[in-house]
Design a protein. Structure first.
Length: 189
């Protein structure tokens, strides 16, 4: 039962945060969205920062599960990397650009949730390292450390969100990143 209530609150909070932004949303807004009283909400989470952290964790966990389930079914490294970037980067970009409130939420995560955001980034880096595992020898042959390559790949992907003009431009930038990466991985298509 507690897991069910937690999941209900997290889903409701995501909607409330998207509507109002982090700063303007209240515990009452989240309770209303979850269909519970504010005192009942406090039995599940002690404050909105804790709820927000749970929303970030839930979002990233679901994205990672989707990538982990899908990428092994794809035949080429290009498709696998593109899948990871589509789920992780493009969807996040689309969501962030739905409202000004969504953008405000991303900005606030670097305050009280910096450690969680860093862990999420590290988890994605590890997943990309997993995807390119069979090509690590090629990277080393070319004088590239696989962990550094992955870190750079992920930094460029994150940076692309900030510089893309729209979602189509983001996909174009990410396609270029994947193509350049394939060359260094010895997996040109």
């Amino acid at each position: 039962m507690p897991e069910e209530k937690t999941a209900t609150v997290v889903a409701a909070a995501q909607l409330a945060f998207t509507k109002y932004g982090f700063k303007r949303v209240t515990m009452q807004d989240i309770a209303d969205e979850a269909g519970m009283s504010r005192p009942a909400l406090y039995l599940v989470f002690s404050n909105k920062e804790e709820i927000f952290r749970a929303v970030i964790s839930d979002f990233s966990q679901k994205a990672m599960e989707e990538i982990r389930t899908t990428y092994p079914t794809l035949p080429t490294l290009e498709e696998q990397l593109t899948c990871a970037l589509e789920v992780w980067t493009v969807r996040g970009y689309e969501w962030i650009n739905t409202t000004a409130e969504a953008k405000e939420m991303v900005d606030c995560t670097h305050g009280f949730a910096r450690d969680l955001v860093e862990k999420v980034y590290q988890d994605f880096d590890a997943l990309i390292l997993e995807i390119i595992a069979s090509h690590q020898a090629e990277l080393e042959k070319r004088g590239l450390d696989p962990a550094t390559f992955v870190r750079l790949f992920c930094l460029v992907a994150r940076s692309s969100k900030e510089h893309a003009r729209d979602v189509d431009d983001l996909r174009l930038l990410l396609k270029g990143l994947v193509r350049m990466s394939l060359t260094n991985l010895g997996a040109e298509t």
